[in-house]
Design a binder for this molecule. Structure first.
Ligand code: CA
Length: 266
């Protein structure tokens, strides 16, 4: 049984109260794992935010959160999110107004037109749903909702992106299947951690390009990652050792002072 999430103002029965977000701990990483996808959750209910953080994080997404419209505006301007989940009721604005500002270009959005917007609403009336879509939301979900449904909506929205429409990447001998979370070099299957997989996926989507540690930190790690730790360097190091065994050609290069580059197909 999946935990349902409800909003302030929603009547909760005893049964619903028991199905707290902690039930989400049973969620497995879904087949749609995408280590380089970054989400912004704009919601002021702390319980829901922490449940979304853990549920979406466990699904392999990098998750940031904003509790107010002002905080969301600041984050959208500086970080290239793939998708924003906007609650309608926020302390300083409404998700509808925020969505309109995003779509009209009144709010600076680092990811531009690529940003997809999913509205969360406690209001299930047709008029409210239509209004949300009119303001430029790509989809909406009515609270309370089950995590599995949210994950399905997110996957559907991300699939709409033509540039990352395929989850299968191929660079030289390397093949990565994002949908099945499999990576291989030639006939050799690679056993990668979540972060190593995310780093490889990001590099494989940009073969031959130098990717900085900051860029990896931004897209594969979430905002809670300490930028002063050596976690990117360590993960790239372990990934490099797994990519190349014996006398195989080295594929992942360090470009001193700039970042990392995956050797493109030759
Ligand atoms: Ca709210």
């Amino acid at each position: 049984m999946w935990g349902l999430l409800h909003t302030e103002g929603t009547k909760t029965t005893g049964k619903q109260s028991e199905s707290s977000p902690k039930e989400w701990t049973g969620v497995r990483r879904p087949r749609g794992y995408r280590g380089d996808v970054r989400l912004l959750v704009v919601e002021d209910e702390e319980g829901l935010v922490s449940a979304l953080r853990s549920g979406l994080g466990r699904a392999g997404y990098a998750v940031d959160a904003a509790a107010t419209g002002a905080e969301a505006t600041e984050k959208l301007a500086t970080t290239a999110y793939d998708l924003a989940i906007l609650d309608i009721t926020l302390p300083d604005t409404s998700g509808l107004d925020l969505c309109r500002a995003i779509r009209r270009g009144e709010t600076e959005v680092a990811s531009g037109r690529d940003l997809r917007v999913l509205m969360l609403t406690a209001r299930a009336s047709l008029a409210d749903r239509v209004r949300g879509l009119d303001e430029g939301a790509d989809d909406y979900l009515t609270k309370p909702f089950a995590l599995v449904e949210l994950l399905a909506r997110i996957r559907a929205l991300l699939r709409r992106d033509i540039t990352s429409g395929t989850s299968q990447l191929e660079v030289g001998e390397l093949v990565l299947d994002g949908a099945r979370h499999l990576a291989s070099r030639g006939a050799r299957e690679l056993s990668l951690t979540l972060k190593e997989f995310g780093v490889l996926q990001y590099l494989m989507s940009r073969p031959g390009h130098v990717v900085s540690a900051e860029e990896l930190l931004e897209h594969v790690w979430d905002e809670n990652a300490d930028p002063f730790t050596q976690s990117v360097r360590v993960t790239v190091g372990t990934l490099r050792r797994k990519l190349t065994v014996g006398d195989e050609e080295q594929l992942l290069e360090t470009v001193i002072g700039r970042g990392y580059r995956l050797r493109g197909a030759t």
